[in-house]
Design a protein. Structure first.
Length: 365
């Protein structure tokens, strides 16, 4: 007879650099419901939300029964709940396996929190429970979740048609698995925030940064003729721009990193990977910085950060396009190891004059 895992000790708590994991309790009802209500659109058909305290109490019995574990993910700095991780059908004995599920609130997606939380959870089930295998079933269209599983070392083993009924429909799922022998507990993740002695903070763009990012974009457009959109176009598309950024915040093919001076956004860099099998190895880079912060090494730090992300995701090439007369930017890219690969005549039309552009690229060895 298969042996189920014992329940989680109530005092179990796992701490990372930015998040902590702890077992879910009945006292978490209101906070989790509020998180799920605010994230309902973000969850879509991927995760069934818990939308009432009564529903929470009903689910709680299933979440905490023998053979199941459920953790809430909280910010380490203030204990605020941002997501949850669950293991179900935990079997010991000769099988030693479990199913894993996870979700993160809309306001906290795409910022690396869940990757850290899942590493903490996997450490518990592999080291403490001594499981051999963990399986996560993910819908094919859930690209952020699939990308996260891949970063953690999961491999896709199969495809299950009409596997689960979610959002009033039967959904196909991919089966992603991780063995204890393949799990890397020392796997390093790129820090989502760093700060030098000059007080400049470099960190990933979050949902709460979108308005400030839009303002920065407008400020940069007023500095010179180096951006594709003109200042008036930047203002006109401000609302649609913010909406597009919010929708792509959790897209694993896109990364946006900010530079901040005492909380003020002063620069950014973005990287966008190709969507096709034949160009996913390539990342297109864009960068912008306020003139007042030029010459302080901030641009180089931003370029180094986007390159580190590109390498983590398995990219092999970086490329960008820059106007020929933007000499400061060209010099930065050359210092970062980019090469001029070509020149396009009349690529841009500025004040009635044709302006050439360089195509620059860098191969990641």
């Amino acid at each position: 007879m298969k042996q189920a895992a014992p329940p989680t000790p109530p005092t179990l708590q796992a701490r990372g650099s930015r998040v902590l994991l702890r077992p879910i309790t009945l006292q978490d009802a209101k906070e989790l419901v509020a998180l799920h209500r605010a994230s309902r659109a973000h969850f879509g058909s991927w995760t069934p939300p818990t939308l009432s305290v009564a529903e929470f109490r009903k689910n709680y019995k299933q979440w905490t029964r023998t053979g199941s574990l459920r953790f809430v993910v909280c910010l380490k700095q203030d204990g605020r709940m941002i997501g949850d991780v669950a293991f179900s059908q935990i079997v010991l004995g000769r099988l030693r396996s479990a199913y894993m599920g996870y979700s993160v609130g809309a306001a906290y997606a795409g910022q690396g929190y869940m990757q850290e939380a899942l590493q903490l959870a996997l450490r518990h089930v592999f080291r403490t429970l001594k499981l051999n295998r963990v399986e996560a079933n993910i819908q094919p269209g859930n690209r952020p979740s699939i990308a996260l599983a891949q970063r953690l070392g999961f491999s896709m083993e199969g495809y299950s048609r009409r596997y689960l009924k979610l959002a009033n429909g039967w959904r196909d799922h991919q089966r992603w698995t991780l063995l204890a022998s393949d799990w890397k507990p020392t796997r390093k993740t790129r820090p989502t925030s760093s700060q030098n002695l000059d007080g400049i903070e470099i960190r990933d763009l979050g949902l709460h940064d979108i308005a400030a990012f839009a303002v920065l974009r407008h400020q940069i457009s007023l500095q010179g003729d180096f951006m594709l959109p003109e200042p008036g176009e930047v203002v006109a598309e401000k609302e649609s721009f913010a909406g597009r950024i919010a929708k792509t915040l959790a897209d694993p093919l896109i990364k946006r990193i900010l530079a901040l001076d005492r909380g003020r956004v002063v620069g950014f860099v973005s990287g966008t990977r190709g969507e096709r099998q034949r160009n996913q190895h390539s990342v297109h880079v864009g960068i912008g910085l306020l003139d007042a912060y030029a010459g302080r090494g901030i641009g180089r730090r931003l370029m180094d950060e986007i390159e580190a992300w590109a390498r983590e995701t398995g990219a092999r090439r970086l490329d960008l396009r820059v106007m020929v007369h933007n000499k400061r930017a060209v010099a930065l890219y050359l210092r970062c190891g980019y090469a001029i690969e070509g020149r396009t005549r009349g690529e841009f039309l500025i004040d009635g004059k044709l302006v050439d552009a360089y195509f620059m690229g860098k191969i990641l060895e």
